[in-house]
Design a protein around this ligand. Structure first.
Ligand code: CP
Length: 337
């Protein structure tokens, strides 16, 4: 029986079974092959989607736009600066209107409850492009990249050196548990993950055989890891907490000394991007001037080392988001090789 996700929303990974996530990963691989061989795949010709962004984006927006165009769809991008959304019209009312124009709605915003409200009110599939609690489309790209590099996810250990209370951490912990990847979060005691998320992840892990660990020791976290992942110390909207984060997160910086403790010589480095690995961007230069940190969550040396897979990971956003759109919008069954 082929997997069908037709008509489904994509809001959180825990709404999907292991088989469904594995199907999306296979479909992503298929779309990557089609793209790389220049094979047309306009399976969704005649459909249109809308992208609602309350926050800035490069990868997520471009992945949805290029993915939709490759699939033959029309795309509209709306942000609060160029629409009534959030100013004269609520997100919910905006979605109710757009539901009548479009076949699918992507939403990047502040609250997970907003995307869930949208999905409840819309008859077409809604895709979560990042909220305060989850970053589900990022997950498929991350696990696809690990699978490409190691050939399998079985037996792998992923170490996330970053604060335990952000959307990427939440989604990585849950997805690892569902897919049977051992997961370690190295984080300061003050920023440990929400116990409810850990509990949910451990329940999935009991089924998949994965281990879910939270530690305050970054060396312990990376020693047995195959993939080392990090992320910004302060997420979008948390910039006011930066001074405190520099103090708390500096011991968790992914640098050459920390990585000298990794036993697997073929380990990979992952980052969802954008990364603060030098002071050459406007934001990072400002942080460097105010807090004296020229490199933050990852050093330039590690970022540009042979172990870095962050740009492969970024490319995979496009293939995986295409798979999510094709699977949820299409009533076609796309066989996976
Ligand atoms: N990783 C990620 O979501 O990138 P953008 O913020 O550029 O979309």
């Amino acid at each position: 029986m082929p997997t069908s996700l037709s008509g489904r929303d994509f809001l959180r990974l825990l709404d999907f079974t292991t088989e469904e996530i594995e199907y999306l990963l296979k479909l992503s691989r298929e779309f990557k092959n089609l793209k790389l061989t220049g094979t047309p795949h306009r399976y969704l010709e005649g459909k249109n989607i809308v992208l609602l962004f309350q926050k800035t984006s490069t990868r997520t927006r471009c992945a949805f736009e290029v993915g939709a165009m490759d699939l033959g769809m029309g795309v509209t991008y709306l942000d609060p600066g160029s629409s009534q959304m959030g100013k004269k019209e609520s997100i919910e009312d905006t979605a109710r209107v757009l539901d009548r124009f479009y076949d699918g709605i992507e939403f990047r915003g502040f609250a997970q409850s907003d995307v869930e409200e949208l999905a409840a009110g819309a008859s077409v599939p809604v895709w979560n492009g990042l909220t305060d609690k989850e970053h589900p489309t990022q997950m498929l790209a991350d696990f696809m990249t690990m699978k490409e590099n190691f050939g399998t996810l079985e037996g792998l250990t992923l170490a996330y050196c970053g604060q335990g209370r952000n959307n990427v951490q939440n989604s990585l912990m849950i997805t690892s548990a569902i897919l049977g990847v051992n997961y370690v979060n190295a984080t300061p005691a003050e920023l440990e993950p929400d116990p409810a998320i850990v509990e949910v992840a451990r329940a999935f892990a009991a089924e998949s055989g994965a281990t879910i660990t939270v530690t305050n020791d970054p060396v312990e976290a990376v020693a047995n890891a195959d993939a080392i992942y990090t992320n910004v110390w302060a997420a979008m909207g948390e910039e006011s907490q930066f001074a405190e984060r520099v103090k708390l997160m500096s011991p968790y910086q992914v640098n050459a000394e920390l990585l000298s403790h990794v036993k697997n010589p073929d380990y990979i480095f992952l980052h969802c991007l954008p990364a603060f690995h030098n002071a050459e961007t406007e934001y990072a230069a400002d942080m460097a001037e105010r807090f004296g940190v020229k490199e933050m969550e990852v050093t330039d040396e590690v970022f540009y080392s042979d172990h870095g897979r962050q740009f492969q990971q970024a490319e995979n956003r496009m293939h995986t988001i295409k798979a999510i759109m094709a699977a949820t919008l299409g009533d076609l069954y796309i066989p996976c090789v």
